[in-house]
Design a protein around this ligand. Sequence first.
Ligand code: FAD
Length: 440
Amino acid sequence: MGSNTPTISIAIIGGGIAGLSLAAGLIKKPHLDIHIYEAVPQHKDVGAGLALHRNAIKAMSLIGPEVYQAYLDKAIDISSEADEEMATQLYFGQGPHAGELVAELGRAKGRKSVSRADLLAGFLELIPKDRITFGKKVSKVCETNENVQFEFTDGTKHSADCLLGADGIHSVIRAYLLGDDHPATDPKNHDGWQVFRTLVSAEEARKKIDEKYTRTVPIFLGPRGHVNCIPMNKGTRLSAGVAVRGIATTNPTGPDTSEDKSSNGAKMDPSLYSDYHPDVKAIVDLVAADTSASWSVGDHDHAPFYAKSRVAMLGDAAHASLPFAGNGAAQALEDAAVLDHLFDLVKQPGRIEDALDAYDAVRRPRSQFVVDLARKFGRVYAYAEGDIHEDPEKLREMFDMASIFTNEVDLRKHLEQAERKFADNVRGRSSRTGAGGGNE
Ligand code: FAD
């Protein structure tokens, strides 16, 4: 077989951030034959913006400079000044310290946000059209000794040597791996979070709220909801939101990919915020004027494994998190970087399981920690994590530690760890079977 003939077929289920970024890396490996199956006929722009932290940027660069460039081409400066230093600023919104700065997260020059739809369009440009099929929703998976077989809702079937599930928070692949009845299979909204959001022109916002919140990224903490603002589109539009704990009565309607953003009847009562700082009350009133973009969020309890045999899950399928630590997409990109690296080493189908096991070992602890962190952030924002909100110093320390954990990670070390684990697995398998440890 010539060296340019692919020897391993890989099906990626889901063409979101995880699936497309991974595919952008894998298609460069001549020994792999990649195909992506995406459920929707085309990606819709639902107006969702992502602020990608430094670990997300590092992960994209590791997959390839062109992946990072695709992001840069689509991202826009949050501020109208490309060189302006910006940070997410956490303030007390209510109580004795109302109006006081708690901590700053992710200070950097020229911080960018990117619309999810634009980022997906950028990644798609890196992938040949014949490697992705839209309108293909996987409904069933089964494995044989030979390969992985999967079926779509339209009744058609395919097979591949390896199947990677990047199919989001309500993942079919997660249900296959863990089992429909496993307690961690379905996402949960343990704390009953409902997120209300409005998108208005900056001009309109300036008439109603302090103009500085149309050009900065504040989060105001408080017991009946935290309130935030994100300038968008070079400061011409403003996304403002109120996340309220304990009122959602429905299952999670999913992250920003969800096409169903109905408010499920949840209502915002602005009078509940009368004891919040006056600046915050004004933002609450702005959001309360239009709560049509409102949804119930959720996350995954820890899965006991991310991979079994020749099937694995990544991104939100593996570890959906609440949006409060701003790191869900970043974790999806870290998954993709590790898998991309491992598949450099997998030159025959017999090594797939060793690679997926190494991926699980390296990625599961860190990504599940981020799920826990986002939950904790939500509770801290709502003054519901013990009495830590009463001690600004302790709060600052907590956010600093969290920011170091997510942003300052050495991803190259993770790739090396994955490589070592893969080599151990290969050696272990060889000694069990008595076969040579080679990979060719
Ligand atoms: P998705 O983006 O959900 O993609 C899954 C894809 O799989 C979709 O295209 C879907 O159509 C497809 N699919 C589903 N089922 C099937 C099937 N059966 N067969 C085939 N295809 C299927 N993260 C950050 O890092 N920074 C932020 O600032 C940030 N802000 C956020 C704000 C909000 C309000 C929310 C809700 C989330 C935010 N996130 C943020 C998280 C981020 O959006 C997600 O973590 C990220 O989109 C996950 O990517 P994914 O590819 O795993 O899943």
